[in-house]
Design a protein. Sequence first.
Length: 187
Amino acid sequence: MTLEKVQIEYACLEDLPRIVEIYNSTIESRMVTADLEPVTVEQRLPWFNEHTPDRRPLWVMKRDGQVVAWASLSSFYGRPAYNGTVEVSVYVDQQCRGIGAGGLMLNTVFEACPELGITTILGFVFGHNEPSLGLLRKHGFEQWGFYPEVAVLDGVDRDLVILGKKLEQSPPERGADLNKEKPPYPL
């Protein structure tokens, strides 16, 4: 598969079953997520509803109308002083891995961040997940933290690596309302 003729757009509710399918496809590898059992669309509805284009977007990459990858931004630590910091997640369908889909999704994230008032992006990655660590490092992330053996996957202790990237932009003005209505991100 190639990335010709792909479209990246904000996710809609109709995309959620495929988003969940791609997510669940990574569980068995024990490399990508700390979930140990598949999740349902119903279980992911609250997570989906936390994502809005003007604050914490969720994007999908489609090829021939089919979701083949997705990326999301989630709030970090839930306190107002951290509004400019987000956690990024990128998930790619198995048949689209290694051909640049993850990089395209990250570039979409980077382009949207200034309008969203985001100055810092974090990635939380298992230490044995070399493909994801490589993707983030290739796009300018550096290791900012390391938690040894904090997860147990099938009886194996696993490390968590925290990677971060500062974006070159000025932070929003103090007291700026990051929830105010903003023009939609052009895709």
